[in-house]
Structure formats: structure tokens, C-alpha cells
Ligand binder design. Structure first.
Ligand SMILES: [Mg+2]
Length: 373
């Protein structure tokens, strides 16, 4: 009988792009490896260490010997076992890595791509949008960098945050509007432009209502995280008021939390991240719930190649999703971690239809970026 033989959490880090992520390798009795990711990204490594410990001490003894194809049963077992201290936060990061690895194994065992394990492949490619940090001293430069992607077929570009906490988008309404106006001029009328307010600032509802009114004429496809993720009441008020669609979701975990957002109507565009929200199978439940409410969703993604592959399969497995975030910013954990590079054709990422997530990890690169405990 096919069983889980070993679970190995590995911390990788690249200080310029992706700090302290946990990759999870699940080995089976048949000698197959499955890979998942917990996007714990943190400056000092604390979240990665805690997640690794959760997996080694708490999860491994509970699920070694289980049939990996029972991935939802295993999800449930881990959620229930961690209910006292988990339900959200690091326990869900840890479950995310294992869940995605098990779906990868299920695909490899059955010889089908992960999107088929999730219910079927509705498409074999995902449209991409690029995310770039705003240079608030030179928004023209950022807009011109983004334009290069659009000229290569990307569907849209999202600009936001800033190079630093002290010089970020969202700090000054006049500068904010200027940055958006310059970008729209450079993009022209038809390219999709999104703004990510980012978490360097905390807008109030009244400020967000004023700003969405002020930016309305620049025809943004969405404005992302205009309020802190815990201000659900504010997000609901803003969603009801703003003519610019409101995007939220990178900070939410599990179907339970997304159901709460959906039932409050606290956003128009949802952005689950498989490496954080509970893994690829939980994210599939989330995107199905979003679709059932006739809302838009896009796959949030930035950390390593494993989550890029997970986002791609998630998009492929949903009738209503077609767009995923992809940062081509020279991150070696995205660009070098897999033996075969992701194929991008006319601004779309192409699904290779290989079994599981369709990726093979380059052990040399893994070792290069692996950090000791
Ligand atoms: Mg964001």
C-alpha cells in the first residue's frame, strides 16, 4: 500500500528576494517525492523555524504511514489536531506545505497533472500580471519598467508599496494621485493597471473612500488592500462605495476566513495564496466558494517556484480564474529552483501537463539557498 514515509521541511532563503521560506518534501513508500511550500517569508527566520518545528514534531508523527492520496482526510486530521493553537497563522502555513506536496504526489502517482486531481483542467495556461514596487521618487521609471511586460503580452501590471516604509505609496494623496496619473499616461488607456496600497500604511475608511473617488478617473482594474486586513467592516463599507474594485485576500487563510469575507461582501477581487491559505486543495475550495458568489479571483504568488506551479495549477483547475501574479524580478528561488524553466508565451504561463505540479527540484540550487536552523 502507498504510504507517507518521510516528511522533510527545508528552510531556504535569499535575502534580496525571498527570505526564509519553508519547502516541504514528502517521500512515499514507492520512492516518489512531492513538494509543497509554506510562504513564511520573514526577516529573522522566526516563522520558518516555528513552521519547521510544527511539521517535524507535530505533523510528521501524525501522518507518516497514512495514504497520501487521502489528502483532504489528512488536511482535516492536521486542522483538528492543531485546533487549540492553530486554526489560523503558522499551523495553516505548515498544513499548506504538506497539502500541496500531497496533491503533487497524487498527480505523480496517477500520472496526471495536479489540476486534474483538483477536478479537471479548464485551461492550459494562465494570463500573467506583473507586480512592481513603486519608486515614489520616480514613478515614471516604475511605469516604464512595467510597460515592458505589457509590451510582451502581460495582461496587466500592479504597482504599489514603495522602496521603503518611509517612502511608500499611500502616504500623501497628491503624490499618490500624481504617481497613478503618470502611470496611466505611460500605459495608455487600454492596458490594465492595478494599485496595491501595501501594508506600509494604514488608511482609514474615510481616507480610502476619498482616495478611491480621486483615483476613479484613472480606470484601475482594482485597488488592493486599501485597509488593514482586520478592518472587515471598513472593507465592506468601502466595497459598497468604491467604483474601483477592491482586492483583498493575501492575508486570509482557510475557507472559513474567506467565507467570512464573502458573506460580509468585504471585497470584489479575492487573492488567495496556496502557500499560506491552507495549501492547493484548500485554495481550490476557496476559489470555488468565490466563484459561487460570482466574484473575481486571482492567484497571489511571489515566493518560490513551488508556489508558482501551485498557482498555475489552481488557475487551470477553476472555471472562473485566469489570472495570476508573476514577479520576474530575478528571484533565484523562482527562476532557478526547478530544472525546467516556466514557459511564458505571449505573456501567458503555459502548463506543461506533466504529472503532479510538473516541476523537478534542482537539488544543487536547493542546497545553495538552504539555510541551517
Ligand atoms: Mg498585495
Amino acid at each position: 500500500m502507498l504510504t507517507i514515509k518521510k516528511i522533510e521541511p527545508l528552510i531556504v532563503s535569499n535575502s534580496a528576494h525571498s527570505e526564509h521560506q519553508v519547502l516541504v518534501r514528502v517521500e512515499t513508500s514507492e520512492g516518489l517525492d512531492g513538494w509543497g511550500e509554506c510562504c513564511t517569508g520573514c526577516e529573522y527566520g522566526e516563522a520558518a523555524l516555528a513552521t519547521k518545528d510544527l511539521i517535524e514534531r507535530g505533523f510528521s508523527p501524525r501522518i507518516v504511514g497514512e495514504d497520501p492520496l487521502n489528502y483532504r482526510k489528512i488536511w482535516d486530521k492536521l486542522y483538528s489536531a492543531t485546533e487549540w493553537y492553530g486554526r489560523r497563522g503558522l499551523a495553516i502555513f505548515a498544513i499548506s506545505g504538506i497539502d500541496t506536496a500531497l496533491v503533487d504526489i497524487a498527480g505523480k502517482t496517477l500520472g496526471v497533472p495536479a489540476c486534474k486531481i483538483l477536478g479537471g483542467c479548464f485551461r492550459n495556461e494562465a494570463s500573467l500580471y506583473v507586480s512592481l514596487f513603486f519608486d515614489m521618487d520616480n514613478p515614471e521609471k516604475t511605469a516604464k519598467s512595467a510597460l515592458q511586460y505589457l509590451e510582451h503580452g502581460y495582461t496587466g501590471a500592479k504597482l504599489g508599496w514603495g522602496y521603503s516604509r518611509s517612502n511608500s505609496f499611500g502616504m500623501n494623496p497628491v503624490r499618490d494621485e500624481e504617481a497613478v496619473e503618470i502611470t496611466r499616461d505611460i500605459f495608455g488607456p487600454s492596458n490594465q493597471l492595478m494599485i496595491d496600497v501595501g501594508r506600509y500604511v494604514n488608511w482609514t475608511v474615510s481616507h480610502a473612500i476619498e482616495m478611491t473617488g480621486r483615483l476613479e478617473k484613472y480606470k484601475l482594474s482594482w485597488i488592493e488592500e486599501p485597509l488593514p486586513p482586520d478592518d472587515l467592516e471598513g472593507l465592506a463599507r468601502l466595497t459598497a462605495t468604491s467604483k474601483i474594485p477592491i482586492a483583498v485576500g493575501e492575508n486570509y487563510q482557510t475557507l472559513y476566513e474567506f467565507q467570512d469575507i464573502l458573506s460580509r461582501n468585504a471585497g470584489d477581487v479575492m487573492q488567495p495564496d496556496a502557500s499560506k491559505a491552507g495549501g492547493i486543495s484548500e485554495s481550490k475550495r476557496i476559489v470555488d466558494a468565490i466563484s459561487s458568489r460570482n466574484k473575481m479571483w486571482v492567484a497571489h504568488n511571489w515566493s518560490t517556484a513551488i508556489n508558482v506551479a501551485a498557482a498555475l495549477h489552481l488557475v487551470a483547475s477553476s472555471p472562473s480564474g485566469s489570472l495570476m501574479e508573476f514577479k520576474e524580478d530575478g528571484n533565484p528561488l523562482v527562476n532557478e529552483l526547478t530544472k525546467e524553466k516556466f514557459e511564458i508565451k505571449d505573456g501567458k504561463m503555459v502548463l506543461n501537463m506533466k504529472p503532479g505540479l510538473g516541476i523537478e527540484i534542482d537539488e544543487n540550487i536547493l542546497e545553495k539557498y538552504r539555510v541551517e536552523d
